[in-house]
Design a protein around this ligand. Sequence first.
Ligand code: 2AM
Length: 176
Amino acid sequence: MSETLRLFIGLDATALARPLQLLQQGWGAIGKPVAAENFHLTVHFLGSVDAGCLPALQQLIGQCQQQHAWRSSSLTLDQAGAFPRARVAWIGPSQLPMPLQQLEQDLRRALTAAGWTLEPRPFRPHITLFRALARDWTAPTAITPLSLTLDTLHLYESRSSPHGVRYLPLASWSLL
Ligand code: 2AM
């Protein structure tokens, strides 16, 4: 039997490690802080995937990322929020900018055409800062905006260990 990996496609946000950590510190002990090396913005969650599918998946993402409509773009993270059911706190853009919308849609089209099943929920771009969020937490209404350069797209493996979860880039594409 071949190995199964938990995969997702996301944008690297570790370049903002310091300001995001400062934001975490400012929000206090409201949950379990996400480790700085794991900061990312999920574009598509793929779930459990047979490792044998990796070459085809990488080829598909590679073909898709060559498109130019959304390259060399940045994203203004100007909103904080929570997903109460998932119990996460996040920051994200108040507006879904066209380049990021295009990236999500281009990948969605290519992946579904190739037979992948994706989350049907509308895309809500965000960077998770806390998990196991306190139920009574209320997001601040105003935050100092941060700019995220959309520079690297990763195919990540979500790997759990007794030390916690680690998001490992299995393949990466520069968007610059
Ligand atoms: P997040 O984007 O809110 O942080 C790996 O689990 C990554 O995929 C996490 O970043 C996680 O949440 C995101 N993700 C999106 N949909 C998911 C789902 N249905 N189950 C688990 N993780 C999901």
